[in-house]
Design a protein around this ligand. Structure first.
Ligand SMILES: [Zn+2]
Length: 226
């Protein structure tokens, strides 16, 4: 496609109406629940080709998506096509890696999902739970998360910097884990920090060792893992 005037010509979706039913809200992931709030159109000179610049409001979460779309110029009924680009697009929540501890994977996923939906207390709580699962999976057997982080640092699983960082995250998650009636809501920044730390910790403790193992078995296929 060398020009936007060819958008929706020859390839795209069936039909000349926008396939709203298959478009998902970038914020809440609900499909097709949109109300048109604004439309600008531009017609190609001496042609029936039209480009649409739409703004839709999500009926579920009240956020907005912008959709650029165009039906094919040759709008023979039932044979036409159209194509669209929506922005922003959903930040897909991945499933995590199957070599992570199962509960950590579940809590990690929920932490991200809550963060996406601006549920900051829940995001912080889930991230803290994942941290707890990880410390136990790595063999720490303390009575508190504080102790477990210390044990892992002593045994060398966590470097001094990551130990300090783990404690910061533990403290951020503490108020929601041990809630009091007049606790403040977790801020967006704190929730983002704690979830980001969890991403990093999973990478450091699980992804990186696996990548190194994979690399080694590619280099020395006959040798078993250490
Ligand atoms: Zn929505």
């Amino acid at each position: 496609m060398s020009s936007w005037w060819q958008f929706g010509e020859g390839s795209g979706q069936f039909g000349t109406d926008l396939a709203l039913y298959q478009i998902k809200c970038a914020f809440c992931n609900e499909a097709g629940n949109f109300e048109l709030t604004h439309r600008e159109t531009k017609q190609k000179p001496n042609s029936r080709k039209v480009l649409n610049f739409d703004t839709y409001k999500c009926g579920n979460c009240a956020n907005f998506v912008m959709i650029f779309w165009s039906p094919s110029e040759d709008r023979v009924s039932g044979h036409g096509l159209h194509d669209y680009i929506a922005t922003p697009w959903p930040k897909g929540i991945r499933d995590g890696e199957d070599y992570w501890p199962t509960a950590a994977r579940r809590h990690w996923k929920q932490a991200h999902s809550n963060l996406n939906n601006s549920n900051y207390d829940a995001a912080a709580l889930m991230a803290r739970s994942a941290l707890q699962v990880i410390t136990r999976d790595k063999g720490a057997t303390g009575n508190t998360l504080y102790e477990e982080i210390e044990i892992l640092a002593t045994s060398g699983v966590l470097s001094p910097t990551i130990k300090d960082w783990s404690h910061e995250v533990r403290e951020l998650g503490n108020p929601v884990a041990h809630a009091n009636p007049d606790d403040d809501e977790t801020s967006a920044e704190d929730a983002e920090d704690i979830v980001k730390f969890l991403d990093f910790l999973l990478k450091y403790l699980y992804d990186l060792p696996k990548q190194i193992n994979d690399y080694r078995s590619r280099r020395n296929p006959q040798e078993d893992e250490e």
